[in-house]
Design a protein around this ligand. Structure first.
Ligand code: FES
Length: 348
């Protein structure tokens, strides 16, 4: 635990990560103020909820949209407006990793180093970008351009290894493409994400998370067209199953509506264990018998214990998708040559 700077009470806060809020004089001197407009917007957020304190999460994003992190002044504003203590605000702010305890750079770069991304090179991406920026986790480059963090699973494992910038996705990165992305950001460019909304910056996305438009006017909003994302990796399993004639496990008849939508529900298929086969095999036999359509029959037959191994599945498959040896220098990760620099965004 640690005291929350800026709290008059000096109250200790609890949270999984209780590193202190940065309230150094240099930091505070550079902060843009929390204006009356910020306070008015905080009240607008509160008005959206039946219980005022339910507004705390978006209010913390609002504070970040003005000041780049949850500052002591921001903690005080939330506490005053919600009628709760600064310690209560701090307890929430220190629990969630999206609330920053130190000023962030213009962009927040998050590299997934969770299991799947790590296996496919996420850790090497993080190390290479950290070396380029001269920072470690949760630190900001000296030029203020980028705060780097490693992230837990970003819920895009089918596009691993994944990097996000201000929570926008850059899929299937390697060391070369991630270094090029970060270099472009440092030059002030905004490479288009692989999918979804165009890139803005950390304060812009924080404003959006607070429930306000991050764009200045209608023209800017209209220009912010989402990138059309390809969903190839998401559908890879479906395509492979179709090629192999595989389908989802059979659903017992009692759990499905009757074929044709009329008549009595079909009898549930229950194995009796009387045929001398194992109950599992009897159940599989019953599933094959009860299947209505060719696809169901194929699925039931394919999952039968006696079914032969699909011809295209072999021991060699075990090598699919595993890591490749790392090199020793920047960009020599063993993931192949560096990719071309990311495509430039029309806003760039
Ligand atoms: S492990 Fe990286 S997105 Fe899931």
């Amino acid at each position: 635990m640690s005291a929350l700077p800026g709290s008059a009470e000096g109250t200790a806060v609890t949270g999984l990560d209780s590193s202190p809020v940065d309230a150094s004089p240099e930091t505070l001197a550079e902060l843009p103020p929390l204006t009356e407009q910020a306070r008015a917007e905080a009240r607008e957020i509160i008005a959206r909820y039946p219980e005022p304190r339910s507004a705390l999460l978006p209010m913390l994003h609002l504070v970040q949209s003005y000041q780049g992190y949850v500052s002591p002044d921001g903690v005080a504003l939330c506490a005053e407006e919600l009628g709760i203590t600064k310690a209560e605000v701090g307890a929430v702010a220190t629990f969630y990793t999206m609330y920053k305890r130190r000023p962030t750079g213009r962009h927040l770069v998050s590299v997934c180093t969770n299991t799947l991304c790590s296996v496919l090179g996420g850790r090497r991406i993080f190390d290479a970008v950290a070396a380029d920026l001269g920072v470690h986790h949760d630190e900001t480059a000296p030029d203020g351009s980028i705060t780097l963090e490693h992230a837990e699973c970003l819920a895009a494992c089918d596009y691993a290894p994944v990097v996000t910038v201000d929570y926008e996705f850059y899929d299937q990165q390697d060391v070369g493409s991630a270094r090029a992305l970060v270099a472009a950001l440092r030059r002030g460019e905004k490479p288009a994400p692989t999918r979804g909304a165009p890139l803005s910056d950390f304060r812009g996305i924080s404003r959006q998370l607070a429930g306000f438009s991050q764009y200045g006017d209608a023209a800017a909003t209209a220009a912010a067209v989402d990138t059309e994302g390809a969903i190839g990796p998401t559908l890879a399993g479906v395509r492979l199953a179709a090629e192999r004639g595989e389908s989802a496990p059979f659903l017992p008849a009692a759990d499905r509506p009757p074929a044709g939508g009329a008549g009595e529900p079909r009898e549930t298929v229950r194995p009796h264990g009387r045929s001398g086969d194992t109950p599992g095999k009897e159940a599989a036999d019953a599933r094959v018998r009860a299947a209505d359509t060719p696809a169901e029959k194929a699925g039931a037959a394919g999952s039968h214990p006696d079914a032969p191994e699909p011809s295209r599945r072999s021991l060699a498959d075990k090598d699919d998708g595993t890591d490749t040896p790392a090199g020793t220098g920047p960009g020599t990760s063993g993931q192949g040559p560096a990719a071309s620099p990311p495509q430039q965004n029309r806003k760039g």
